[in-house]
Ligand binder design. Structure first.
Ligand SMILES: Nc1ncnc2c1ncn2[C@@H]1O[C@H](COP(=O)(O)OP(=O)(O)O)[C@@H](O)[C@H]1O
Ligand SMILES: [Mg+2]
Length: 152
Protein backbone atom coordinates (compact mmCIF):
# COMPACT_ATOMS: atom_id res chain seq x y z
CA UNK A 1 0.00 0.00 0.00
CA UNK A 2 0.98 3.62 -0.50
CA UNK A 3 1.60 4.24 3.22
CA UNK A 4 4.33 1.60 3.34
CA UNK A 5 6.39 3.62 0.87
CA UNK A 6 5.61 6.88 2.63
CA UNK A 7 7.30 6.05 5.92
CA UNK A 8 10.78 5.70 4.46
CA UNK A 9 12.76 8.52 2.99
CA UNK A 10 12.30 12.26 3.31
CA UNK A 11 11.01 14.10 0.26
CA UNK A 12 13.64 15.72 -1.94
CA UNK A 13 10.87 17.89 -3.34
CA UNK A 14 7.37 18.79 -2.17
CA UNK A 15 4.88 21.27 -3.50
CA UNK A 16 1.20 22.07 -3.66
CA UNK A 17 -0.79 23.75 -6.43
CA UNK A 18 -4.31 25.13 -6.61
CA UNK A 19 -6.46 24.42 -9.67
CA UNK A 20 -9.61 26.40 -10.48
CA UNK A 21 -12.55 24.47 -11.90
CA UNK A 22 -13.78 25.72 -15.27
CA UNK A 23 -10.62 27.67 -16.06
CA UNK A 24 -9.68 26.02 -19.36
CA UNK A 25 -7.22 28.81 -20.21
CA UNK A 26 -4.96 27.55 -17.45
CA UNK A 27 -5.71 23.85 -17.86
CA UNK A 28 -2.52 21.80 -17.95
CA UNK A 29 -0.24 24.48 -16.53
CA UNK A 30 0.35 22.75 -13.21
CA UNK A 31 1.23 19.51 -15.01
CA UNK A 32 3.71 21.43 -17.19
CA UNK A 33 5.37 22.93 -14.12
CA UNK A 34 5.58 19.50 -12.52
CA UNK A 35 7.17 18.10 -15.68
CA UNK A 36 9.85 20.83 -15.63
CA UNK A 37 10.67 20.05 -11.98
CA UNK A 38 10.91 16.30 -12.60
CA UNK A 39 13.24 16.87 -15.54
CA UNK A 40 15.40 19.28 -13.53
CA UNK A 41 15.72 16.67 -10.80
CA UNK A 42 17.14 14.37 -13.43
CA UNK A 43 14.55 11.63 -13.04
CA UNK A 44 14.40 8.89 -15.67
CA UNK A 45 12.47 9.84 -18.79
CA UNK A 46 9.82 7.15 -18.29
CA UNK A 47 9.18 8.36 -14.72
CA UNK A 48 8.87 11.94 -15.99
CA UNK A 49 6.54 10.86 -18.78
CA UNK A 50 4.27 8.81 -16.50
CA UNK A 51 4.14 11.44 -13.73
CA UNK A 52 3.44 14.24 -16.23
CA UNK A 53 0.60 12.27 -17.81
CA UNK A 54 -0.93 11.42 -14.45
CA UNK A 55 -0.69 15.05 -13.31
CA UNK A 56 -2.11 16.32 -16.60
CA UNK A 57 -5.13 14.01 -16.69
CA UNK A 58 -6.02 14.70 -13.06
CA UNK A 59 -5.60 18.45 -13.56
CA UNK A 60 -7.89 18.39 -16.62
CA UNK A 61 -10.47 16.46 -14.61
CA UNK A 62 -10.46 19.07 -11.85
CA UNK A 63 -10.87 21.86 -14.41
CA UNK A 64 -13.62 19.92 -16.21
CA UNK A 65 -15.61 18.48 -13.33
CA UNK A 66 -14.81 20.19 -10.02
CA UNK A 67 -15.17 23.67 -8.46
CA UNK A 68 -11.57 23.71 -7.37
CA UNK A 69 -8.83 21.39 -6.32
CA UNK A 70 -5.35 20.94 -4.99
CA UNK A 71 -2.54 18.95 -6.56
CA UNK A 72 0.17 17.83 -4.16
CA UNK A 73 3.44 16.40 -5.33
CA UNK A 74 6.08 14.76 -3.21
CA UNK A 75 9.25 13.16 -4.50
CA UNK A 76 11.60 10.87 -2.64
CA UNK A 77 14.49 8.92 -4.15
CA UNK A 78 12.07 5.98 -4.33
CA UNK A 79 8.94 7.42 -5.82
CA UNK A 80 6.91 10.32 -7.14
CA UNK A 81 3.60 10.76 -5.33
CA UNK A 82 0.87 12.88 -6.87
CA UNK A 83 -2.29 13.48 -4.93
CA UNK A 84 -5.31 15.47 -6.02
CA UNK A 85 -8.13 16.56 -3.77
CA UNK A 86 -11.05 18.43 -5.24
CA UNK A 87 -14.28 20.04 -4.16
CA UNK A 88 -17.00 19.08 -6.56
CA UNK A 89 -19.97 16.87 -7.30
CA UNK A 90 -17.94 13.67 -6.93
CA UNK A 91 -18.18 10.48 -8.98
CA UNK A 92 -21.35 8.42 -8.45
CA UNK A 93 -20.02 5.20 -10.02
CA UNK A 94 -16.22 4.92 -9.90
CA UNK A 95 -16.12 1.58 -11.71
CA UNK A 96 -18.03 3.08 -14.62
CA UNK A 97 -15.93 6.26 -14.64
CA UNK A 98 -12.77 4.12 -14.82
CA UNK A 99 -13.91 2.41 -18.03
CA UNK A 100 -12.13 3.33 -21.26
CA UNK A 101 -14.22 5.75 -23.28
CA UNK A 102 -16.72 6.57 -20.55
CA UNK A 103 -17.23 10.31 -20.25
CA UNK A 104 -19.87 12.73 -19.04
CA UNK A 105 -18.06 15.66 -20.72
CA UNK A 106 -20.45 18.26 -22.12
CA UNK A 107 -20.21 19.97 -25.52
CA UNK A 108 -18.01 22.77 -24.16
CA UNK A 109 -15.43 20.34 -22.77
CA UNK A 110 -15.44 18.29 -25.99
CA UNK A 111 -14.98 21.39 -28.13
CA UNK A 112 -11.78 22.01 -26.24
CA UNK A 113 -10.52 18.57 -27.20
CA UNK A 114 -11.15 16.85 -23.87
CA UNK A 115 -13.69 14.21 -22.94
CA UNK A 116 -12.36 11.09 -24.68
CA UNK A 117 -12.98 9.12 -21.52
CA UNK A 118 -9.37 7.91 -21.27
CA UNK A 119 -8.15 10.02 -18.35
CA UNK A 120 -8.83 7.86 -15.33
CA UNK A 121 -7.96 4.56 -17.02
CA UNK A 122 -4.66 6.01 -18.23
CA UNK A 123 -3.92 7.45 -14.79
CA UNK A 124 -4.36 3.94 -13.40
CA UNK A 125 -2.31 2.37 -16.19
CA UNK A 126 0.64 4.72 -15.77
CA UNK A 127 0.68 4.63 -11.96
CA UNK A 128 2.41 1.89 -10.00
CA UNK A 129 -0.09 2.46 -7.22
CA UNK A 130 -3.45 4.12 -7.63
CA UNK A 131 -6.26 4.96 -5.23
CA UNK A 132 -9.49 6.78 -5.95
CA UNK A 133 -12.20 7.76 -3.53
CA UNK A 134 -15.13 10.07 -4.10
CA UNK A 135 -18.00 11.42 -2.10
CA UNK A 136 -21.11 12.73 -3.78
CA UNK A 137 -21.49 16.46 -3.27
CA UNK A 138 -18.10 16.67 -1.55
CA UNK A 139 -15.38 15.80 -4.04
CA UNK A 140 -12.85 13.36 -5.36
CA UNK A 141 -9.47 12.24 -4.06
CA UNK A 142 -6.79 10.54 -6.16
CA UNK A 143 -3.47 9.15 -4.98
CA UNK A 144 -0.90 8.02 -7.50
CA UNK A 145 2.58 6.64 -6.99
CA UNK A 146 5.18 6.20 -9.68
CA UNK A 147 8.16 4.19 -8.55
CA UNK A 148 11.69 5.25 -9.30
CA UNK A 149 13.96 2.34 -10.05
CA UNK A 150 17.33 2.91 -8.55
CA UNK A 151 19.78 0.97 -10.64
CA UNK A 152 22.22 -1.33 -8.82
N1 LIG B 1 -12.50 15.01 -10.38
C1 LIG B 1 -13.66 14.57 -10.85
N2 LIG B 1 -14.84 15.00 -10.30
C2 LIG B 1 -16.01 14.56 -10.77
N3 LIG B 1 -16.16 13.69 -11.77
C3 LIG B 1 -15.03 13.23 -12.37
C4 LIG B 1 -13.74 13.65 -11.95
N4 LIG B 1 -12.82 13.02 -12.70
C5 LIG B 1 -13.51 12.25 -13.55
N5 LIG B 1 -14.84 12.36 -13.36
C6 LIG B 1 -15.90 11.62 -14.07
O1 LIG B 1 -15.33 10.45 -14.65
C7 LIG B 1 -15.52 10.48 -16.07
C8 LIG B 1 -14.32 9.84 -16.76
O2 LIG B 1 -13.16 10.62 -16.55
P1 LIG B 1 -11.94 10.48 -17.55
O3 LIG B 1 -11.59 9.03 -17.66
O4 LIG B 1 -10.87 11.41 -17.15
O5 LIG B 1 -12.54 10.89 -18.96
P2 LIG B 1 -13.01 12.33 -19.49
O6 LIG B 1 -12.40 13.36 -18.61
O7 LIG B 1 -12.46 12.38 -20.87
O8 LIG B 1 -14.49 12.32 -19.42
C9 LIG B 1 -15.73 11.94 -16.41
O9 LIG B 1 -16.43 12.11 -17.61
C10 LIG B 1 -16.53 12.42 -15.20
O10 LIG B 1 -17.87 12.03 -15.30
MG1 LIG C 1 -10.44 13.32 -18.01
Amino acid sequence: MITVLDVHEKPIFESSYTVQGGNFDEAGKVASQIKVILKKLGLQTDVVRKAALVAYESEINIVSYARKGTINISITPQRVKIETIDEGHGIPDIELAMQEGYSTADAKIREMGFGAGMGLCNIKKFSDQFQITSEIGIGTHLKMIILIENGA
